[in-house]
Design a protein around this ligand. Structure first.
Ligand SMILES: NC(=O)c1ccc[n+]([C@@H]2O[C@H](COP(=O)([O-])OP(=O)(O)OC[C@H]3O[C@@H](n4cnc5c(N)ncnc54)[C@H](O)[C@@H]3O)[C@@H](O)[C@H]2O)c1
Ligand SMILES: O=C(O)[C@H](O)COP(=O)(O)O
Length: 439
């Protein structure tokens, strides 16, 4: 993929000023136009090479078809469910996000909601403002010794687990991709959802919104939970079915809910927001100075890197060869610092996976999630242990390992790591090439 020419970028939401500054420092003209209606966006977008959004701008197929020059959609944040990625991909538009910039902020808000649910802090504060002094009404329960079920053990799920363990909660969870061995390392015992539901005093969901996660908590699964279970959704509206949640709150099967996200934002149906046992926020998970600074800066740097043809970090979808797209396999060519790499991948169970990189065909599809280190090296029985030893000196642990099918020659390997190593040059004695990225 040759460097992309981006001369103009439209920022359609409130994004940290560093984003505009970095783009402009790199010769890109930037226009900020927040709060546009759909028709205004469709009229405006035709003039731009790039678009930067958060979660409120719905970049649907109509907007994409009106975007005659668009080459990049940058999401300053994690979820890309507000972007029609398929429509963008078919038109050759790259969609990129900044998946780790707001992890800590979203995890901290989740913990704040869990704590508020246990001690009725928002309701008590409201009551005080109304002139009351009601100590009995707001009797709470300790989090200490309670069981927290975490559904979705990716970036945010992991950070929530470690924070709530410090309150003495037992953390159990479920994730189809992150392995039980890995989560055991951060104190989360994995089990099937059938085993998880009846054990939890609290449940928090941290998955993307996709067909397999819509209504994860529904009438059927609420019925399997402990009576009075409290739930938190700081991920995406709809992962907890809203109508089922209301029914469970009314029957007291659910003892309280902390909601940061809704199917429709802002929600026109106010039944949940107004329920006395619901604490809600207007999608504030990423709304901290720190998260916004990281996401704004990261997305600008990623766009600049794409323009210079030197980065694959943060690219979550790129051009699919049309024949490949029809068979579900996406073939891409990535150019990093002038070298070209051919990759093919697909989406399995909602998760993007890498099947081949150059001449290396992986034995198992490599899940493109978390911190990944790719390296090209001559096959040898000592390779993995030598790489693991070098990484360990930087405090980096290997969490998964993907080997190629072939056994000789220079081949690509991929390891999932606990964190990205600071300096890849330390690997030089062992490998021919290396690259790392967080997805
Ligand atoms: N409220 C906010 O402002 C806010 C801020 C940041 C992120 N988010 C949202 O939080 C969610 C999680 O973000 P993240 O950065 O941790 O994502 P992530 O990709 O790091 O983790 C998601 C995890 O969900 C797992 N998963 C997929 N399908 C599943 C299923 N059926 N059951 C259980 N687990 C499943 C994946 O394997 C992955 O480990 C996303 O929906 C994101 O959009 C919200
Ligand atoms: O997916 C995300 O990054 C969060 O939902 C934050 O969305 P926001 O950028 O609109 O606050």
């Amino acid at each position: 993929m040759a460097p992309i020419s981006i001369q103009t970028v439209l920022i359609s939401e409130s994004v940290d000023p560093r984003c505009k500054a970095i783009l402009e420092e790199n010769g890109i003209r930037v226009t900020e136009k927040p709060n546009m209606k759909r028709d205004e966006l469709m009229a405006e977008i035709k003039d731009y090479d790039g678009l930067v959004v958060r979660s409120a701008t719905k970049v649907n197929a109509d907007v994409i078809s009106a975007a005659h020059n668009l080459k990049i959609i940058g999401r300053a944040g994690t979820g890309v469910d507000n972007v029609d990625v398929d429509a963008a991909t078919k038109k050759g538009i790259i969609v990129m996000n900044t998946p780790s910039g707001n992890t800590i902020s979203a995890a901290e808000l989740t913990c704040a909601l869990l704590m508020s649910l246990s001690r009725n802090v928002p309701q008590a504060a409201m009551s005080m403002k109304q002139g009351n002094w009601d100590r009995k009404k707001f009797m709470g329960a300790e989090l200490y010794g309670k069981v927290l079920g975490i559904v979705g053990l990716g970036r945010i799920g992991k950070e929530v687990a470690s924070r709530m363990q410090s309150f003495g909660m037992r953390t159990i969870g479920y994730d189809p991709i992150t392995t039980p061995e890995v989560t055991a390392g951060w104190g989360v015992e994995q089990m099937s959802l059938e085993q998880l539901w009846p054990q939890c005093d609290y449940i928090t969901v941290h998955t993307p919104l996709m067909p397999s996660t819509v209504g994860l908590l529904c009438d059927e699964t609420f019925a399997k939970c402990k009576k009075g279970v409290k739930v938190v959704n700081c991920a995406r509206g709809g992962i907890i079915d809203e109508a089922a949640l209301l029914r469970a709150l009314e029957s007291r099967q659910c003892g309280g809910a902390g909601l940061d996200v809704f199917v429709e934002e802002p929600p026109k149906n106010r039944s949940l927001v107004e329920h006395p046992n619901v604490i809600s926020c207007p999608h504030l998970g990423a709304s901290t100075k720190e998260a916004q600074a990281r996401c704004g800066e990261d997305i600008a740097l990623q766009i600049v890197d794409m323009v210079k043809g030197k980065s694959l970090v943060g690219v979550n979808q790129t051009h699919c060869a049309s024949d490949g797209a029809a068979s579900g396999v996406c073939k891409v060519e990535i150019v990093v610092d002038g070298s070209s790499y051919k990759a093919s991948g697909s989406v399995q169970g909602g998760v993007p996976v890498l099947l081949e990189l150059d001449d290396s065909v992986f034995r198992q599809p490599v899940s493109l999630t978390g911190n990944l280190l790719f390296f090209k090296a001559s096959a040898s029985p000592q390779l993995l242990s030598s790489v693991a030893g070098l990484l360990a000196t930087e405090g980096v642990e290997i969490e998964s390992f993907s080997a190629p099918t072939a056994h000789s020659g220079d081949l690509w390997y991929c390891v999932g790591v606990s964190s990205l190593p600071r300096d890849l040059s330390a690997l030089k004695p062992l490998v021919k090439e290396a690259a790392h990225l967080t997805i």
